[in-house]
Write a protein that binds this ligand. Structure first.
Ligand code: BG6
Ligand code: MG
Length: 209
């Protein structure tokens, strides 16, 4: 193996709570029920597909224009919350582990559905840190489509069979498998049937190098 491609949200940093708070505000202004269980379904899913899930509980149809406005409103709230992120919000052990992986000669990349990836990486002090960043801004199809990871491998000039993908979401594991990557599952994805290698802590990656 020559590289690790990391999902961002839920693997490197936890912005779930911020997604939750932003969607909750949008949903309550529309009088739509929303809770943490519904929020869990949004993991790895694109912004517009997330909105469709939120609107499942609405009692009327929304036009494409209305949906656009709601998605922008959610993102505005989310970005205000993201501005609170600091390097201290990187998950425990992440930087030390990435340094070790690097030292052993592996390339490291990000493969995230989020269009806010550059902003999040900057807030975390990771601007220009990764060898490649593939995110919601350069893809047409969101996870479980493998596009975001295939683009990351392409940027690294590597074959998927040379790359591990590290994911916390089932949709991300499905995407990795569809792209013929080796799928490492952490958090909720550790117990997923399609996961090749489950890990309980980010530093468990050191056992693979
Ligand atoms: C993923 C999150 O990282 O990014 C999803 O897990 C989110 O919950 C998706 O919907 C898109 O994010 P953004 O920042 O482009 O709205
Ligand atoms: Mg994730």
């Amino acid at each position: 193996m020559k590289a690790f491609i990391f999902d961002l949200d839920g693997v490197i940093v936890g912005t779930d709570e911020y997604h939750y708070l932003a969607w909750k505000q949008v949903a309550s202004e529309e009088n739509i029920y929303f809770d943490k269980k519904i929020n869990d379904r949004l993991r790895g899913v694109s912004r517009m597909e997330s909105l469709d899930i939120v609107l499942e509980r609405a009692d009327r149809e929304y036009t494409p224009e209305e949906k656009q406005i709601l998605a922008e409103k959610k993102n505005d709230i989310y970005k205000i919350l993201l501005a609170n992120l600091t390097p201290g919000d990187r998950f425990e052990g992440v930087t030390e582990t990435l340094e070790e992986i690097r030292k052993k000669g592996y390339k490291i990349a990000i493969g995230s559905s989020s269009k806010n990836t550059p902003f999040i990486l900057e807030r975390l002090g990771y601007r220009n840190y990764f060898d490649a960043v593939s995110d919601g801004n350069n893809i047409k199809h969101s996870k479980p489509d493998p596009e975001v990871f295939l683009k990351a491998a392409e940027m690294l000039q590597l074959d998927p069979s040379d790359c591990y993908v590290v994911e916390d979401a089932e949709s991300g594991i499905d995407a990795a498998k569809a792209g013929k990557f080796t799928a490492i599952g952490i958090g909720p994805a550790a117990g997923y049937v399609k996961t090749d290698i489950p890990i309980s802590h980010f530093s468990d990656l050191l056992k693979l190098i």
